[in-house]
Write a protein that binds this ligand. Structure first.
Ligand code: ADP
Length: 384
């Protein structure tokens, strides 16, 4: 076998076939890449945009082995994966990007909080416990001026697995309940001034492209809106950029890394990270020179990340989160400036079904139109 330069991977396997894989599939069309998804059903959102699909459980070693047979590199649509299986594939020489070691920071909130604290990356004050009888828990709870936030270390997403007890007693019972499935992160409940997200694309050789910071707006633990530019001072923009680069190199990320930050009176604290395209970057499809989906694929295929400067002074992205009744896709598209994305999913209340991006000269203009379009489409309206 030759030890000369290897050709760049061009057959990409994605574990999971949700809307993120769907949008990677859309981006791959122009890039000469072939995408195969590991889907749980043929109705999964990405099956329609990708070149091939195999059916299987993302946590099943056999399904992962089948995927590995068909592709040059494996990447991810979500982090509900079995790290040990991924390590076994890596040991056999399968290219897994990001690596299992990097993914562990996103899969396991306890590992993430501990490692970031050790690296002096600012995080909320926290305690990891395996039982409500943990010897340090009483003192930790007593030291807080509010009931804590209680988080399952593994398996949560879109606010699932994140609980807000009303008092200490309720906190203890929630901790006990979550501990049945594994470690639990108990953390201080912060007074948030806002939330921002930093996206970075990082190549195999460590070269990074840092997207501009965005503001994220949540309702019931789920992101509903993203605004570029972020409602944040220059100082916060710089800090997010620096922390982003520090985290990307600490975990040796490859592909897109998203970091969600809390803005507090004492500055930025890391909430959580994802090692894949992220909801806070959907606006980059039309709003940045290289979208997060194209950049993720470039990086996992061993290319350098593409340029990420914004293409408009302002961008607002609103998620379409199903209300009780579907609205009209046509009416949503008819709103001036609305770029409407449909994930091809069946309508279900509270499900992310699509999103709308509006680019404009002013945030106010884009904001009004993005919401008008998303409401016409049938998004759940909430106080924001
Ligand atoms: P998930 O991992 O399911 O996305 P997060 O940990 O991001 O959940 O929490 C969801 C939302 O809950 C956050 O975006 C934030 O609005 C709120 N939240 C989470 N942790 C805290 C905290 N320590 N203090 C205050 N609000 C929090």
């Amino acid at each position: 076998m030759s030890n000369g330069p290897q050709p760049s991977p061009s057959r990409v396997g994605i574990v999971g076939a949700g809307q993120l894989a769907r949008m990677m599939g859309e981006a791959a069309g122009d890039m000469g890449l072939e995408i195969t998804v590991l889907a749980t059903t043929l109705d999964d959102a990405a099956v329609a945009t990708c070149d091939a699909a195999i059916l299987g459980d993302p946590k099943d070693l056999f399904a992962l082995e089948q995927l590995a047979e068909l592709v040059d590199v494996i990447t991810f649509d979500h982090e509900l994966v079995n790290l040990e299986h991924l390590r076994r594939l890596e040991a056999r020489g399968v290219l897994v990007r990001p690596s299992a070691d990097a993914l562990e920071f996103a899969v396991d909130k306890a590992h993430q909080r501990r490692s970031f604290r050790d690296a002096q990356i600012p995080v909320p004050d926290f305690l990891v416990v395996s039982s409500a009888q943990d010897e340090h828990l009483e003192a930790f709870l007593e030291g807080l001026d509010q009931p804590p936030v209680v988080k399952a270390a593994r398996g949560g997403y879109d606010g699932r697995g994140v609980l807000f007890p009303n008092d200490k007693l309720e906190a203890l019972s929630m901790i006990e309940e979550l501990c049945v499935s594994g470690e639990v992160v108990v953390e201080e409940r912060l007074k948030l001034q806002g939330e921002v997200a930093q996206l970075i694309a990082r190549g195999v050789d460590g070269q990074v492209a840092v997207y501009p910071l965005v503001t994220t707006v949540q309702a019931n633990g789920m992101c509903i809106e993203v605004d570029y530019p972020a409602l944040a001072t220059n100082e916060l923009n710089e800090t997010a950029h620096e922390l982003g680069e520090q985290i990307a190199s600490l975990i040796d990320a490859v592909g897109v890394l998203a970091i969600e930050f809390f803005i507090t009176t004492s500055g930025l604290l890391v909430n959580e990270i994802a090692l894949r395209p992220h909801n806070s970057g959907h606006w980059t499809i039309e709003g940045a020179r290289t979208s997060q989906f194209a950049n993720h694929l470039l990086c996992v295929c061993g290319e350098v990340p593409g340029e990420v400067s914004p293409l408009a002074p302002s961008a607002v992205m609103v998620n379409v989160v199903g209300s009780d009744q579907p609205g009209s896709f046509e009416k949503a598209q008819a709103v001036e400036g609305a770029l409407v994305h449909d994930y091809g999913k069946s309508w279900r209340p509270d499900r992310k079904l699509g999103h709308v991006t509006v680019l404009g000269d002013s945030r106010e203009w884009a904001h009004v139109r993005a919401w008008e379009s998303a409401i016409a489409y049938g998004t759940r309206t909430r106080e924001v």
